[in-house]
Design a protein around this ligand. Sequence first.
Ligand code: ATR
Length: 279
Amino acid sequence: MISGKSKVCGVMAYPVEHSMSPLMHNYYSEKTGTDLVYVPLKVEPGRVEEAVKGAYALNFTGMNVTVPHKQEVMKYLVDIDEDAKAIGAVNTLVRTDGGYKGYNTDAAGLKRAMTEAGIEIRDRTCILFGAGGAARAAACVLAKEGASVIYVLNRSLEKAEALSEIVNERFGRRIMLPMALDDYGKLECSSCLAVQTTSVGMHPNVDHAPVEDAEFYKKIDTAVDIVYTPMETKFMKYVRAAGGKAVGGLDMLIYQGVIAYELWNPETVFTREMIDGAR
Ligand code: ATR
């Protein structure tokens, strides 16, 4: 039951109607017995500053921020966590004195989903598909967790180069090597760990994968597709058909939510059963 004491959180997005976050977070409140309500907040582009100030004035405990506001919101925060700064995007706001502090739980969510799936990153040769915002978060996880090298394959080589430069500078070594997606045939590696972050294969384009060549997928022994609609992408099917292990993006979505929820409610204890129930 909502009462005068309930904590209020929400998700700022445009559009917001499709967001799964209200369902997920209100489910967590119910299951953990936490007095926290979570509402959808439709914020038009250009109104992010008003929205952040308004939410603070309205005593919101925290918020999630998603497309298209993840970068814009960074201008209106009193502090930003180091990982979020490196990723260049914020998806979670936590109330502090004087304003909100920004975090990025996408990266932490990906890391936790990989750990739970028993996927090791240390000393692995990685292939990162895509060079957008999601790829930047994934690149930070792979680099931070000790990948030996990350080949970044992207449709536009320029974006792959730009992302590599940012990550290499942050980690002080040439860990990322950019390549044009069309040149995938030149990639020399075996038993690679792949992370797929492009929108290729996402509903409604379910019949597509970033590389349409079954032979290529023999180079990959473990893969994560961060797409969760559909739950099994064509990319995952290619990896499995070539004998590899593939996991989808639903767990990353769930864990980024759990980690945000824990930031707003550090005392909340999640059980395996609650997390599994979110699926
Ligand atoms: P996000 O924040 O979800 O990463 P984004 O920043 O728009 O979204 O990035 C989308 C990624 O999907 C990019 O890497 C994009 O490639 P480009 O940088 O060349 O645009 C990739 N992508 C989208 N549609 C694609 C397609 N049809 N084929 C290959 N790559 C595609």
